[in-house]
Design a protein. Sequence first.
Length: 369
Amino acid sequence: MKPSIKPSNPHFSSGPCSKRPGYDVNNLDISTLGRSHRSSIGKEALGQTCSKTKALLKLPEDYRVGVVPASDTGAVEMTLWSMLGERNVDILAWETFGKTWVADIKNQLKLEGVREFIADYGVLPDLSQANFDNDVVFTWNGTTSGVRVPNGDWIPDDRKGLTICDATSAVFAMELPWGKLDVVTFSWQKVLGGEGAHGMLILSPRAVARLESYTPPWPLPKIFRMTKNGKLIEGIFRGETINTPSMLCVADYLDALNWVEQMGGVDASIARCKANLKAVKAFVDQHDWIHFLAEDPATLSETSICLSLDGGEAKVKALVKLLEEEGVAYDIASYRDAPIGIRIWGGATVEASDVACLMQWIGWAYEQV
């Protein structure tokens, strides 16, 4: 039968992602609007994005957090262009964005001594092949495949190279072994449902040492430069951004951070993501026509939950269209490069009750098509 109750929030897009429960743009602190981001009030707000992020994520004291241009992509690119080249590089990729970093390192930077370990959608490459005498580049969570690294046990503490981790759909959603990660990038638009165009860059002391001891042989555009006269530009990690940010987006992100703080911190946001995956798993376990794209249950993503459906591409597209027409779920088609299927965002701003409700509608829509 057709379900009688719809999700209270039909926004299941994987980016930009749903706003937090109870969000109201009218409640944002917009005292910074129309003010310079270099003013005292502007720098204080931007400084809070760094300090509150660090505190809520429970980062090591000597780690730095900065706001950078161009979302997660900008944070990754400035890292690759600023830090790589001193050592050989190992890249691990198993979905679209990981493969993008492979292409950039090989075709744009044209580095020698690059080893790539590529896996198909649904599985991880053999993590044990990574040589940590080299710099190692990888995503923590495959946003377009629904496959995540299960833990950090494969990363040694006595590594010589840097670990560079694109964790945009994992930060605030999954437990991350910060001491094993030298560079971590993410964006506001993912797990906290913030606005786009701004990236976050987290650096360990080892990453800072690389920046201060190594100068790449290629020119760097202004928005990639993190050092001056061989020293880290510390202001970047106190809210003195490289280029002009949107102060409205800053206010929006601070609202999201306050929400995380009020509900109990990062442990609470991680728990919400796990509950969302649990709701999907309960449905999948009861139906033989729907399957996780991830083949190993230990690698199931709590945020970008990717599913395949029996019946072929035309029926999957019809199902997605039907759910949108019913006002039940928006933007749940799989990523354009990924295998045909659906992708449900299970980040912290999504309610598990809405996910459970959505799954019942997916069951009804599947029977219709």
